[in-house]
Design a protein around this ligand. Structure first.
Ligand code: ZN
Ligand code: ZN
Length: 364
């Protein structure tokens, strides 16, 4: 028989302690987690239907019968509450049982309907919105998380190299996207971290294009934005593929984007503002005459989610810290002609940065 309350293993013990520390500072008796990735980060429990209630003494998993065994295997230290129906009744009952008076939750992970119902059912407990408590903690990755991100990058890169060899004129965008996902899974990914973007020719000027049955020919480039999920952590990369020769105009634009990216990566270090990194790339593209064609921010943090904090955005005052992992992905988009984007994954280290991705950016 396993012990009833095994002690909490690392890294979860440390993370739960930090959440309890933050609860103390806000005079909260409990904190409710309804985001699946927050739940995985905090407890290791991957069940889809779940919630976590952290009190000063206990960690309670709110889930249903389908995930009972998973919960025992992944988070044996937690008290498990199997709810019989959807809705906040079981959550409210647990709040009463632990006599919580002030209960924090992240308003970006609770819909208005649930909030309304839970607020009534949980009385006299008071629900207190606390934005981004775990989100802020998750932006600094520990060694285990960085190792998982490295694996997710390797898998995505190796899959890309295989697709590059397989690609020839006549394939469609959708085939390329499907092949990428297939190769990533064969290499050990749970799946793609998001639906790959495969945009051929003029469609590559649309930053969030969806692959279609458009046939790829030798006279244009293909923008591929993809990533793998490995051990729950993701990668996010963009490269251009050139099935034929590169039109001269694209070669020039490609060089500008690559220089902008290299300059931005070069300044990444602890203490620099996220906005300053964005501006380095933006300035270079503006001076090269394409300022209006760089239409999105420079990059974003990632980890369990594809988009996490910090955002490398023009106006961000957030300062980079060791352990943050961000994408650096400048682009130039010429409507009706095509777009160029290059995206790499960069770790902020104690002394500067390390580019975690390693696929070549040289033109063929
Ligand atoms: Zn991307
Ligand atoms: Zn990205």
């Amino acid at each position: 028989m396993p012990p009833r309350n095994p002690s909490i293993p690392e890294p979860y013990a440390g993370r739960i302690a930090r959440v309890r520390g933050a609860m103390g500072g806000r005079r909260l008796d409990a904190y409710l987690v309804f985001d699946r990735m927050d739940q995985i980060w905090l407890t290791g429990f991957t069940g889809e239907d779940g919630g976590v209630l952290v009190t000063r003494r206990q960690v309670v998993l709110l889930t249903d019968g389908r995930f009972a065994e998973t919960a025992d295997l992944e988070a044996p230290f937690a008290r498990k509450v199997l709810r019989k129906k959807r809705g906040p009744e079981a959550t409210a009952r647990e709040l009463k049982r632990c006599r919580a008076a002030r209960v924090g939750f992240d308003p970006s992970h609770m819909d208005v309907k649930t909030f309304g119902e839970l607020r009534k059912l949980a009385r006299p407990a008071k629900l207190e919105p606390v934005s981004g408590l775990i989100t802020a903690m998750r932006q600094i990755k520990d060694a285990g998380e960085i190792a998982a991100i490295r694996r997710a990058i390797r898998v995505a890169e190796n899959a890309f190299v295989r697709v590059q060899k397989w690609l020839k004129p006549g394939r469609t965008e959708r085939e390329v996207a499907a092949r990428l996902v297939y190769e990533m899974q064969r290499l050990g990914a749970q799946g793609a971290s998001f639906e790959p973007i495969v945009a051929y020719g003029a469609t590559s000027s649309l930053p969030h294009y969806e692959p279609s049955d458009r046939v790829i020919s030798a006279d244009c480039g293909v923008l591929v934005d993809w990533g793998a999920r490995v051990d729950w952590y993701v990668s996010d990369l963009t490269r251009m593929l050139w099935p034929g020769s590169i039109p001269r105009r694209f070669a020039t634009v490609y060089r500008i984007v690559k220089e902008a990216q290299e300059r931005a990566i070069a300044v990444i270090a602890p203490g620099i503002k996220a906005g300053a990194v964005d501006r380095v790339a933006r300035e270079h593209i503006r001076k090269s005459g394409y300022g209006k064609q760089f239409t999105h921010s420079l990059g974003h943090g990632f980890g369990l989610d594809v988009h996490e904090r910090p955002g490398l955005r023009k106006k961000s005052d957030e300062r980079l810290e060791p352990g943050m992992v961000v994408t650096v992905e400048p682009g130039i988009y010429l409507p009706g002609v095509g777009g160029i984007r290059i995206e790499d994954d960069v770790l902020v280290t104690e002394t500067g940065h390390e580019v975690l991705s390693s696929l070549s950016k040289d033109l063929p």
